[in-house]
Design a protein around this ligand. Structure first.
Ligand code: ARG
Length: 458
């Protein structure tokens, strides 16, 4: 047991208590951030005359040595230390002696951990954004290739109107684009440095918090020291954004599962992204999509867990806050992994364009357009709706599509039908007449694609 405290204790910590309290098992994840924060702290202490330049340099060399030895596998981070902060400080003192004991001047583990977690999360926010960026590129390339690939659009999972694959993919582009923007917003709000908040009430040393903040790439220091050590809002916002990403991935996964089913056959998932059955030889299962859908629950769990942990904590720091880490780390790993896997699955899947188009043709997805055709010939919309409803019933009975009916048959329902009906209800016309902003028509879609390219350039 290597602890940073003990002066006022007369007994050793009970082993179970030690284990229960320790966080080294998981906070070693931000070892680099801890070193980074310590380096900035000592530079600032020396600039302010609180440490001498020699002391600063000895500490910096010591910290770099620890970093290198850990990277080279010469120094192991073990459970002998209570947390990563204790590990670094104890090793520094072992290495350089007395100057090492001055590292913690004007600092508490409370502001130190607040800094480390914020630094780590900040880099994760960037990492998640990069992964989403790549996913958006994949989606955009499918869009570019499929502005004319007709498929049925659904409401209530019932065929509704024809759309294109580009249009369907565009809806997901919008979702993940918002996710990227959400992460950027969070970054803007979180990028303030808590170091210098001390245990809760700042410190009497003349720290230059602006300088430390600047060294660490923050916009500035946090403004209230009690909030500085106990704010986890940024993490809650991040987990909320991560939960939204998972909700989007999960909806997309659900569609992939449906499209890949034997009944739909709209897509074929690549062998490299599918799994088999131990008993049924014919099986090729969409396990990746199912796992992404399934893992959504644990990310929501992290968000709910942290919200609940935070809700009863009086100001300022309390040990409850140590619980932020495992949940958040698990969520980060889960979401980042899911984005990558989903992206790979999407990039490699095959779209059965013929099956998609056939499905649109045989689902009366042009019924609205047929009604609109009658409206164009002067029939009031409500009457047109009724006429086409009866036409559909007739077709269902015969097992045909509206397009398969002869003009004579159509005229039985309304004498305004003319030869031009066939062109008016062709899938191609149905889609390409829809040219308002946001609609699936090819020209409208090309405008959207151009704006997405601009977005990805930024
Ligand atoms: N392991 C602690 C955490 O994660 C570090 C801060 C400890 N501070 C304290 N006063 N015990 O929150």
């Amino acid at each position: 047991m290597a602890q940073l405290w003990g002066g006022r204790f007369t007994k050793a910590t009970d082993q179970l208590v030690y284990d229960f309290n320790a966080s080294i098992g998981f906070d070693q994840r931000f070892f680099s951030e801890d070193i980074m924060g310590s380096k900035a702290h000592v530079k600032m202490l020396a600039k302010q005359g609180i440490l001498t330049e020699e002391e600063r340099d000895e500490i910096l060399v010591g910290l770099e040595g620890i970093e290198k030895d850990v990277a080279d596998g010469k120094l192991a981070i073990t459970s002998e230390y209570e947390d990563i902060h204790s590990f670094v400080e104890a090793n520094l003192i072992d290495r350089i002696g007395d100057p090492g004991k001055k590292l913690h001047t004007g600092r508490s583990r409370n502001d130190q951990v607040a800094l480390d977690m914020r630094l780590y999360t900040r880099s994760q926010v960037e990492h998640t954004k990069d992964l989403l960026h790549h996913l958006l590129e994949t989606i955009l390339s499918i869009m570019e290739d499929n502005t004319e690939t007709i498929m049925p659009g659904f409401t209530h999972l019932q065929k509704a109107q024809p759309i294109t694959l580009a249009h369907h993919m565009g809806a997901y582009f919008e979702m993940f684009k918002r996710d990227v923007l959400r992460l950027s917003d969070i970054y803007e709000r979180m990028n303030y440095c808590p170091l210098g908040s001390g245990a809760l009430a700042g410190t009497t040393y003349p720290l230059d918090r602006d300088y430390t903040a600047e060294l660490l790439g923050f916009y500035g220091p946090t403004v209230n020291s009690m909030d500085g050590v106990s704010d986890r809002d940024y993490l809650i916002e991040y987990l909320s954004a991560m939960s939204t990403i998972m909700m989007h991935l999960s909806r997309f996964s659900e569609e992939v599962i449906i499209w890949n089913s034997n009944e739909y056959r709209f897509i074929e998932i690549d062998d490299a992204y599918s799994t088999g059955s131990s008993i049924m030889p014919q099986k090729k299962n969409p396990d990746i999509a199912e796992l992404v859908r399934g893992k959504t629950g644990r990310v929501y769990g992290a968000l709910m867990g942290l919200l609940t942990t935070m809700k009863g904590i009086p100001l300022a720091y309390n040990k409850d806050m140590q619980e932020d880490k495992e949940m958040a780390f698990d969520a980060m790993d889960t979401v980042n992994g899911c984005i990558q896997l989903f992206d790979g699955m999407l990039e490699t899947m095959t779209f059965r364009k013929d099956v998609m188009e056939k499905s649109a043709r045989h689902g009366f997805t042009n019924a609205t357009d047929a009604a609109d055709y009658l409206v164009g010939k002067g029939v009031p919309f409500r009457d047109a709706h009724g006429i086409i409803g009866r036409v559909v019933l007739y077709c269902i009975d015969k097992g045909i599509a509206i397009d398969d009916m002869s003009l004579e048959e159509l005229k039985e329902f309304s004498d305004v039908f003319e030869e031009d009906i066939y062109d008016a209800i062709s899938m191609y016309t149905c889609v390409n007449k829809r040219l308002t902003t946001g609609a699936p028509g090819k020209e409208a879609m090309e405008t959207a694609i151009a704006s997405y390219k601009e977005f990805l350039k930024k």
